[in-house]
Design a protein around this ligand. Structure first.
Ligand code: PMV
Length: 314
């Protein structure tokens, strides 16, 4: 049997903008998807045991099937000829926005490589997971699979001409507590990404100005993170949320959780991932603040994840 894992992630700056070549900052979190692959049986059977938002697995099933076929093709294996059982688990919940699809793709790619006795470097696993991500996100930037493969805190810039993307590891003094709050709405990342693309074409002046602001913000945020100026990082997250609202990827439930986190003293809060539902992230240094923000959300019936950014290993 082959085994593999992939990190969950939170995008701290510039989801969506990153699809169009603006730099983004992503951090792996201390939860992961695990996969086991065993050649046997008829066709390709998937047993998904991940704890998820209600309906997540059902809504993503067709995309998941396509993603597995894409990975097999990338490995030069004919999906029509191979039979295997894939088991998915791990402690990363199936929430939208925390890279559940990318983490599971990386886990499955590693488990397949293990089962088929292929010794693949992480760079290759990352490429295979990127192929899989196309099934979930249409034209993914590659930021999710990169974080799921390598872990840690990463500066990512997509190369729009098809060359290698810029992937730089950032380091911060110590891991910092965050709260990820889930609206409970299963979002369709593919539709959200396509929507931004359409509006960008329709309103070039407005969107170009917003994209320019997002680009400048990324550089300022990188500096603030490296200097460990967490107050500033939080303010910039708030600013990033405003830009995301302007490109119409937030929703009232996300705005509600973002405001609630700020009221409870979070240094900053924003949506994370594809938006339109899914999750938000709040910067809550120290356990007490993290607990206050997380509890306030739980008291209103939302599911949360208490985790940290800047963790290098699971
Ligand atoms: O919702 P998630 O966790 O799949 O994140 C999507 C991030 C986007 O920037 C919206 C798309 C991408 O491929 O970068």
């Amino acid at each position: 049997m082959g085994r593999g894992s992939g990190f969950g992630k939170t995008i701290l700056f510039n989801e969506h903008f990153v699809v169009h070549g603006v730099p983004g900052i992503v951090s792996a979190i201390d939860s992961a998807a695990d996969a086991e692959v065993k050649k046997n049986g008829k066709g390709i059977a998937v047993e998904d045991t991940r704890k998820g938002a209600k309906g997540y697995a059902e809504k993503k099933r067709i995309q998941q099937k396509e993603s597995i076929e894409r990975m097999l093709k990338a490995l030069n294996i004919d999906p029509e000829k191979v039979t295997m059982r894939i088991w998915l688990g791990g402690n990363l919940p199936g929430f939208s926005g925390i890279g559940a699809s990318a983490a599971s793709s990386v886990a499955i790619a590693r488990a397949m490589a293990d089962e088929f006795r292929m010794d693949l470097p992480d760079e290759r696993i990352n490429e295979i997971a990127y192929e899989a991500e196309k099934a979930y996100a249409g034209t993914p930037s590659g930021i999710d699979n990169t974080a799921a493969t390598f872990g840690g805190l990463i500066w990512f810039k997509r190369n729009l001409s098809g060359g290698p993307n810029t992937i730089e590891r950032l380091s911060i003094r110590e891991p910092v507590e965050i709260v990820i709050g889930n609206t409970g709405i299963v979002a369709n990342t593919k539709a959200m990404v396509a929507g931004v693309g359409e509006r960008k074409k329709k309103f070039p002046e407005k969107y170009n100005a917003l994209f320019k602001q997002a680009e400048e913000l990324a550089f300022t945020a990188r500096k603030a993170l490296e200097e460990f100026d967490l107050r500033k990082v939080g303010k910039l997250m708030n600013e990033n949320h405003r830009l995301l609202q302007e490109i119409e990827v937030s929703c009232k439930e996300l705005d509600h959780l973002v405001n609630l986190a700020r009221e409870q003293g979070a240094f900053g809060a924003k949506l994370t991932g594809g938006g339109g539902g899914g999750c938000m992230v709040a910067l809550t240094p120290r356990k007490e603040l993290q607990e206050a923000v997380a509890t306030a959300m739980e008291q209103q019936g939302f599911k949360v994840l208490r985790t940290k950014i800047g963790i290098q290993k699971l």
